[in-house]
Design a protein around this ligand. Sequence first.
Ligand code: B3K
Ligand code: ZN
Length: 875
Amino acid sequence: SAPILLSDYRAPAWQVEQIELDFDLGIDATQVRSCLRLRRDSTQATPLCLDGEGLELLTIMLDGQLLSPDDYRYADNVLEIDHAHDGSVLETRVRLNPAANTALEGLYLSGPRESGFLLTQCEAQGFRHITFFPDQPDVLASYTVTLRADRARFPVLLAGGNPDGAGDLDGGRHWARFVDPHPKPSYLFALVAGRLEKIGREYVTADGRPVQLVIWAEADAIERCHYAMDALERSMRWDEQAYGRNYDLDVFHVVATHDFNMGAMENKGLNIFNAKYLLADPDSTTDDEYRAVEAVVAHEYFHNWSGNRVTCRDWFQLSLKEGLTVFREQQFSADMNSPALKRIEDVALLRRAQFPEDAGPLAHPVRPAEYREINNFYTATVYEKGSELVRMLAGRLGQAGFRRGMDRYFEHNDGHAATLEDFLGALGEANDIDLMPYLAWYGQAGTPRMKARGHYDAAQHSYTLTLTQHTLPTPGQAHKRALPIPVKLALFATDGRMLPLHLDGHSNALGDEHVIVLEQAEQSFVFRNIDAAPIPSLLRGFSAPVILDGDYAPTELALLLRHDIDGFNRWEAAQQLASRAYDALRDGGDTTALTAWCDALAELFDDELFADDALLADLLSPPGEIELAEREQVVDPARVHALRQELQQRLGARIGAGPLLRRYEALAAQTNRQLDASSQAQRRLKRRVLELLALIDAPAAHAVAAGQYQDAPSMTDRLAALAVLVRGNAPQATLALAHFRERYAGDPLALDKWFSVQTQLPGELTLARVQLLAGDPAFTLKNPNRVNALFGAWARSNPAGFHRADGAGYRWLVQQLRPLDALNPQVAARLATVLNGWKRLEPVRREAARSAISSLTTGPELSRNLTEIVQNILG
Ligand code: B3K
Ligand code: ZN
């Protein structure tokens, strides 16, 4: 099929003003009657064309007349209808089979056929699997939805919007109606029907609207929804306070399912969540997962304004809602937890997931110019880099200016389908600043590399900072432009003081932190009144998503690590120093960086005044294997793994087994299952200390871990201990795994962790274990969480285990992709992206990977999703 191009965009010739939907729900057969009131754009002569995929068409009526097959054509997933005009009413009836829908797109069954429930997923193009409709986001319609079903089998009937009546029908059936007063695109439609339990809460918005908040889950999970309810309430308050945005319906429903292709979905008034991001209790949820639940609940809620009230004109603008909503969620999470830890987590994710994407064959701009399958573009680039772009704009405008701009954006685009130009326009106009130069960031793929070189002139007391930028070519974009790169900086004296900044071209003093903007390929900035060569701290808070080459001496990084007042910047200095230490180990010879890194961290470890346990844990963690591999021209994952292990061993040895063990014991004495920041921090540091200990004294660490596993009051401690045992291939691992399996046999989310943790076995051992687990009775290709817990965790989080030199890992993964693709193309295509980096592998692995991927191009046809990924990866 031909690609869809941004440059081909045309406003729709036909709008749907109103849609009435009637569902007769059943597990194997659901009938859908849809009634569309049409509006025609008289300037366009296009016939009425509706999308429809996999629909069994029963009847079509136009303005009360039953159509004969001569009056329409239904082919290639398009229904074309003759004689429709402005004001026409089109009624279609179709039949669906939800139980047969394994792609989890459109209307499907979650759980076993006897007890499971029905639900929908429409974004991006699932609505066309439910009824005939112009299934694109710039068609905004008012929805009235009536559900009918057997009362005993489907006691709960839900759709988006406000409830508008319910009652009994003959034969043990019942009905319920929902009316959504806010016109919306079809991708935000949702329904849910089945046996579900609920918890509820009254909420009154800042502007005085009473709202019923209801969370629904299956009976065995409903008691694990209270944390999400609290998080929802916090999100709603926060959006009122931070952005002045109030909720706008009388009810807000949230539903948990174990069968979901992604994290969650922001359907208007009826959010649907992967259970992984909704259910939480100390016995089965880790601290990191608690924070993820809070973040995803907030993210989906925030979409009510950034996405639903103001939606996207077309799917190329996806980051308009996703990048913006990720940014809003990041601000919220920073406010709820520690801002420094949140920034560390987000930058680490960007580097681990987005930088490699931007550097490989799947690189694409935050606003792609073309796609074949839009579901392949829900990427780290659109989400995480998209958020970084919003962050740059927000930084440019300042807090008050950004709020002013956002108010204007929401006000001017409310009820409309908008573009990124509308967004930058509103932000800029509200502040009299032209932000359009930042549009270049949205259209250009690849991570800019920024080089910084400083020169101190003792005679002039001046310091000149020269910045250059360069972006490597990406597929389809050979030549790159210079982008505006905001660089937040400070200058440090060698005694650790921050220096007041006097920048050429600025008459007034700037304080000790300032943002300069690199707009050209190369620019110099001159700072005056400087008494000795300073140490620059650049890109503070990670002010732009670039790769910095800072030309630091290790001692300078160590100084920043010791003295910076900002937690994120200290961590960043530690990361850079660790990377240099890694280079030193790899290249041999000069060990200054390694020594500086170990010394600085050992000193912090011993410093009784350093009270932030969580930050210390992060400081003690070098960049991950994926990030370190990004530094290499040619990647040997086994060698990266070995070097990183050695790096950590050196650190562990420098701190010493005795101090590590003592620290562990001191932390363990405080063990509890509370969720407050200091309890979480204690667990985080305890885990890190145990990991370091395992690298220098495995028997001691394993004994401690086995004890921790036994006594753990929370999943955080239990899983941390189990991971140390499994990673170390400890004799105690077998028993612990068997115990875990039995204890959590009935809890799918905990069982996912049992699968995942075993993918972390070291090296070549892993594949055999993964193969064994794929044959486990609890494994199924039909459940996306299970697939990701096994194959995803193996390929993404254990590079040395996945990238076997003999290529057996690639071959085996590729073999799984075919049957997976036949069931669920979205999940298969996403999994295939783990092969993204194959071109930079060392020659033996590269050839093995290439041949494994190429084997997918012959044989039975793959889905459009997987085909696009495979073609792009092969390049
Ligand atoms: N908007 C949904 C993602 C839909 C993905 C479709 N393949 C969740 C979110 O970003 O909030
Ligand atoms: Zn989103």
